[in-house]
Write a new protein. Sequence first.
Length: 325
Amino acid sequence: MENIFKDSQGRIINYLRISVTDRCNLNCCYCNSSKREFIPHDEILSYEEIIKTTKIMSEYGIKKVRLTGGEPLVRKDIDFLVKEINKIEKINEITLTTNGTLLPEYAKKLKKAGIKRLNISLDTLNSESFIKISGKDKFNSVLDGIKAAGEEGFSPIKLNTVILNNLNSGEIEELAGLSIENDFHIRFIELMPIANNAFYENHQLCAASVKKTIENKFGILEKAGSKPMSGPASMYKIKNSKGQIGFIHAMTSHFCADCNRIRLTADGKIRPCLLEDNFFDLKTLLRNGADDKKIIELINKALLQKASAHEFMPNVKTRMVSIGG
């Protein structure tokens, strides 16, 4: 009988999200707390440790890998890691989440290395708002990155927008409209209470309200998208549009019942759930020469702690940039 990872609820876990770094060239207000403290370099998993872990987990049903950060493209030779994971026989899809600023340099390398799809953050279409949200003047770099990704044939390109009341909520219609003439999946994501509860209280806005705003402008949205492609997003489209619009109800609705994910943090911890503080120290096992059996035992132990659903409470103390989103 084939070995397959299952969690405490019997959900099959076949999707591994790997944070390769906690460092980022932006400082987004919803991602970082006010004080940035980076993990020391020697505490970050090496590429060899990531590759070994991924290969072991692929023998237990992991088929999809997503590379995240921080910003994964700030880590040197990230295309080498992609190439090596792509060599693992049972991994059939490698994707990557990025803020887009470095894609003009890396889009071609990532495509050649084996990245199948990209998620690119795009929280605003206004350069001044971009600075307010991200803390950096790199708006044009993001636009150039999206263009570079399109030129390399990445399709569909998923554009992730974190909904921020009073920061980008006035741009909802304009952002949604990008899907009319482009094969973009514009995905509106509810703000999560990571590290800064006051910020969450001041800027939260539910996805249902965003959907209503879009429909007031463009008419009733049509259902679209398949579950495997859309992940946790509920997918729709404006009539006759080339692209799609998605809503990720991170706080107002459970999509936990269909969760198939497990996370490996940059500092070598197995994290069963994004919005719970449970984690399990894999790095120590790796660096003490533990055999595959011990590693699998730890991962299974972590999965037994994966709850049926997160509590939608502002209780996560870790910065999003340290978790991997």
